[in-house]
Design a protein around this ligand. Structure first.
Ligand SMILES: [Zn+2]
Length: 437
């Protein structure tokens, strides 16, 4: 699913470059909505095959696609209302949502959950194997063995490549050496700053805001992944007896549901978390932690003057309940907004990152008096070094490497980076291009 960066978002998301009914099987690397968001539309438009992914990806898709359907419904309603207010000749055609909530059960019935590292035969000629990509819960690379007219071919698709030494998740595991490699390239021109003492810095910000200034610490965070990492970090501080006694709130229905899914997929945890489970059976819950689903509960937070930590979505602050927290708290110098992830520059999160002095929320200008802090060490995407580490065992086997999932300019830079490391035959396919192997 396209999510911004293009003007014709609705048109881009409405069309296919192939006929859905001609597709036999869908293989899904992970649940992030840019990878999974159009599956219900694919099914509505005629795709009737099986959808293979890991168990955790299937569980996450069940809640994320439902959430996405609600957003599609709301967006279409809002767009149509605006069109109907215009004079008839200025009006554009009204829109149907890409799909609606009631489409999700049918879509989910096509899913087949698989374990990591098992070869699974999906038809007479094709076998797949998922390997842990260390990107989000359930994320995987896709390894394919294909027999065609008696000849064997192997293909490796990276999905999104994660990073080593992340909380909760295992490190990314390299794919099996393949004849053809399809690799993502999101951060193909970047190297992340290393983030040591992440939790020390976090604790310092908590003490400064909530104890010294008696303010609220507000953390905009993506519902799936980032929220659970932060909660787990707080949970460990609580177990160690170093977390000050302040109420913590996770305020977003999707975040609450996603945390339940995280809790029910221990097969995805790294060793550290598995050992932690021996001393704490709930790594995503402690006494001062409150999960809020209801709108009334969320509103009550706005009225409260007590110091608190509030984790809410969206991460870029351009949708969801975080906007209300911004509206109510950004003008108080005792509060801190802690930004823990990438935000595109045109979103409120991006503007705060860039140090704007005033910001428009719900059509009203607000002076930015709260403190803005940034912690960048949470990224779920490998940088170019980490991607190279993931790919380097492919160098001698790969006849061709295709770069996808990145800005054109970044892909060009990643291509020459990989060439310098010895890779040959790297291609950057155009959108909609067909290539025969
Ligand atoms: Zn992803």
């Amino acid at each position: 699913m396209f999510q911004g960066g293009t003007k014709n978002l609705h048109e881009e998301n409405s069309q296919w470059y192939f006929k859905p009914k001609n597709v036999d099987v869908l293989i899904l690397s992970h649940a992030h909505i840019d990878h999974s968001g159009r599956i219900p539309k694919l099914v509505n438009d005629g795709f009737a095959g099986d959808i293979y992914c890991t168990h955790a990806t299937r569980s996450l898709c069940a809640i994320m696609l439902l959430d996405s359907a609600k957003i599609q419904e709301r967006d279409a309603e809002y767009y149509n209302k605006r069109q109907l207010k215009k004079k008839k000749r200025k009006r554009k055609a009204l829109r149907e949502p890409l799909y609606i909530s009631s489409d999700i059960p049918k879509t989910m019935s096509n899913f087949i959950g698989c374990s990591y590292e098992r070869w699974i035969r999906i038809n007479n000629n094709v076998e797949i194997c998922f390997k842990d990509a260390g990107h989000i819960l359930g994320s995987a690379s896709v390894n394919l063995r294909i027999n065609e007219n008696g000849k064997n071919k192997t293909i490796g698709f990276t999905g999104d490549i994660g990073r080593p030494d992340r909380p909760i998740l295992r490190d990314p595991k390299p794919m099996f050496p393949a004849d053809y490699v399809i690799s993502e390239s999101t951060y193909g021109d970047k190297e992340h700053e290393s983030g040591p003492q992440q939790s020390e810095k976090f604790l310092e910000i908590i003490k400064e805001t909530c104890l010294n200034k008696k303010g609220k610490l507000i953390i905009p965070a993506f519902s799936v992944g980032r929220t659970q990492e932060i909660v787990y970090m707080l949970d460990k501080m609580e177990s160690a007896g170093i977390l000050p006694k302040i109420p913590v709130y996770v305020d977003s229905p999707l975040s609450v549901n996603a945390t339940t899914v995280f809790g029910s997929h221990p097969e995805c945890y790294d060793n550290e978390l598995n050992e932690y489970l021996l001393i704490d059976d709930n790594p995503f819950g402690f006494n001062d932690l409150n999960y809020i689903r209801s709108v009334d509960g969320s509103k009550a937070l706005n009225a409260s003057k007590e110091p608190a930590i509030i984790i809410s979505s969206s991460g870029m602050m351009n949708a969801g309940r975080i906007q209300h927290h911004m509206y109510n708290n950004i003008e108080n110098p005792n509060n801190t907004f802690l930004i823990v992830g990438y935000c595109s520059p045109d979103t409120p999160g991006g503007m705060l990152r860039n140090g704007v002095e005033a910001i428009k929320v719900f059509g009203e200008w607000k002076i930015v008096k709260a403190e803005i802090k940034i912690m960048d060490s949470f990224s779920a995407h490998g940088d170019r070094k980490e991607m190279y580490q993931f790919l380097k065992n492919q160098e001698s086997s790969a006849k061709k490497v295709f770069l996808v999932h990145g800005e054109q300019d970044t892909q060009m830079k990643f291509k020459s980076y990989l060439q310098d490391k010895g890779f040959q035959n790297i291609f950057i396919p155009a959108l909609g291009e067909t290539i025969e192997l």
